[in-house]
Design a protein around this ligand. Structure first.
Ligand code: LLP
Length: 441
């Protein structure tokens, strides 16, 4: 069993996170419950920021807030000196409510509406990562209307698609995001942005994938971009001052995963970009990155209460918990794998195989298959590790199950940062039928 961050086992045989007894937290706040180990989030953030500082390179580490968005999380990101990547009006609104400095917010998305863009410009956010020609037109208009120079990066698809240990390179990438780097699209976009005179064209962005365990894909993407930078200098007399290589740094969900320390990726990126900038004899651009999962993923644990069991003789022992795909859709959606323990029986031998079922009315609502646990009974507390990224943020109300509460724990103290949804919350958006239905007898 692998315990992440500050997790330990206390004298009662209970799982402790951030110095807090998870069984006491489950009793006090109910389950399902998301618990974040704040010290681990800080450690991960510093892993990235300090690697840039050490190298003396100008950089921004933007937290990809889609991994887990909440006011407290954004405030923690700010405390750690991070910038913020948002992808919707809702995430932007949350950031503004959190008091996050607008100048450090980057706005992503492949179909930002005119309203969302206007909101971003009104707040004077740091930059808009422009994804397509439609967006260039919208921003040209808005820039003129608001009499503002719009700070932008242009997002490219570099023809490098990375996932775990592999990457594939293609001449042209079949992706809904960004301007193709190879087929002339990006040059068309650069021309439009330069000609408009309404943009502050900061540089180039790319994002090559997620759960990546190797720096090679990032290096290759950077090389491809720099090859183009040489051409753009000739063609447009333009040289980017920012190169953003996106996020995607892998984390350890199960023992099969072998993540690299944040500093490793950062060092490889810096090495490559320094060498390429020197080759072209241009000033070193600022290097921006956007980690999401690697900042919050392994800091998150979900607690559930065990309930019913079903034995399918000679096949499987199902153990059902009080949540499921409503609080973590990743197993159902991506066949994502996790590790789990019985948080109240940490001292007992894990020698029985269970498959953990959610409570939603859907056969696909399974959280874990064939996990070793001690003998389990109703009332036990199941802890699923590494649920901090894309867990709560993708939670939903399927079967009208209220979304869980979220706690931050640090140095033995817990803080409720998202309260549990109530049944009243669930019906609060509903409006009654306008006309009385006439029933035929
Ligand atoms: N930047 C861009 C432009 C992105 O699209 C993403 C993730 C990130 C940064 C952050 O990537 P990360 O460091 O978190 O891997 N729901 C899926 C993940 C979707 C990722 C979408 N984009 C999951 O649960 O695995």
């Amino acid at each position: 069993m692998f315990l992440h961050g500050t997790s330990t086992v206390n004298n009662d045989g209970h799982l402790e996170i951030g110095g807090a007894d998870t069984i006491s937290l489950a009793k006090k706040y109910g389950t399902p419950l998301y618990i974040y180990d704040v010290a681990l989030i800080r450690e991960r953030a510093r892993g990235f920021t300090e690697a840039f500082q050490k190298a003396g390179v100008k950089a921004q580490v933007a937290y990809a807030s889609k991994a887990f968005s909440s006011i407290a999380m954004f405030q923690l990101a700010h405390e750690e000196g991070l910038s913020l990547d948002v992808v919707s009006g809702g995430e932007l609104y949350t950031a503004i409510q959190a008091g996050f400095p607008a100048s450090k917010i980057h706005f992503h998305g492949n179909n930002k509406s005119a309203e969302e863009l206007e909101m971003a410009l009104q707040h004077q956010i740091g930059c808009i990562v422009v994804d397509n020609f439609h967006e260039i037109s919208l921003l040209k208009l808005l820039g003129k209307q608001l009499n503002k120079k719009v700070p932008v990066l242009l997002r490219v698809t570099p023809g490098v698609e990375a996932h775990t240990h592999d990457y594939i390179t293609t001449g042209q990438e079949d992706s809904k995001f960004g301007f193709d780097l190879q087929n002339g699209q990006i040059e068309q976009a650069i021309k439009q942005v330069l000609d408009a005179g309404t943009f502050d064209f900061l540089g180039i962005h790319c994002h090559i994938g997620s759960q990546i365990f190797d720096a090679a894909g990032f290096v290759l993407a950077a090389e491809k971009i720099f090859q183009k930078i040489g051409e753009w200098r000739e063609q447009f007399q333009y040289v980017p001052t920012v190169v953003n290589l996106g996020g995607g740094f892998g984390i350890r969900y199960t023992e099969e995963d072998e993540p690299l320390p944040p500093a490793h990726y950062v060092e490889k990126m810096i090495e490559t970009i320094q060498a390429k900038a020197a080759e072209l004899e241009i000033e070193l651009p600022e290097i921006w990155i956007e980690p999401g999962r690697s900042l919050v993923g392994d800091a998150g644990t979900t607690l559930y209460t065990a309930g019913s069991q079903k034995e399918v003789p000679n096949i499987r022992q199902y153990l059902a918990v009080d949540g499921g795909m409503s609080d973590n859709i990743r197993p159902a959606l991506y066949q994502a794998k996790y590790e789990a323990v019985l948080a109240n029986k940490m001292a007992e031998k894990a020698d029985k195989t269970f498959s953990i079922a959610g409570k939603c009315c859907e056969s696909g609502d399974m959280l874990l298959w064939d996990v070793l646990l001690p003998e389990a009974a109703a009332g036990d507390t199941l802890a699923v590790f590494c649920t901090g990224a894309y867990g709560y943020s993708m939670a939903n109300n399927y079967n009208r199950i209220p979304r869980p509460a979220v706690l931050f724990v640090e140095e033995g103290e817990e803080q409720l940062v998202v309260r549990r949804e109530t049944f009243e919350d669930l019906v609060s958006l509903d409006l009654p039928l306008k006309y009385k239905v006439s029933h035929k007898s």
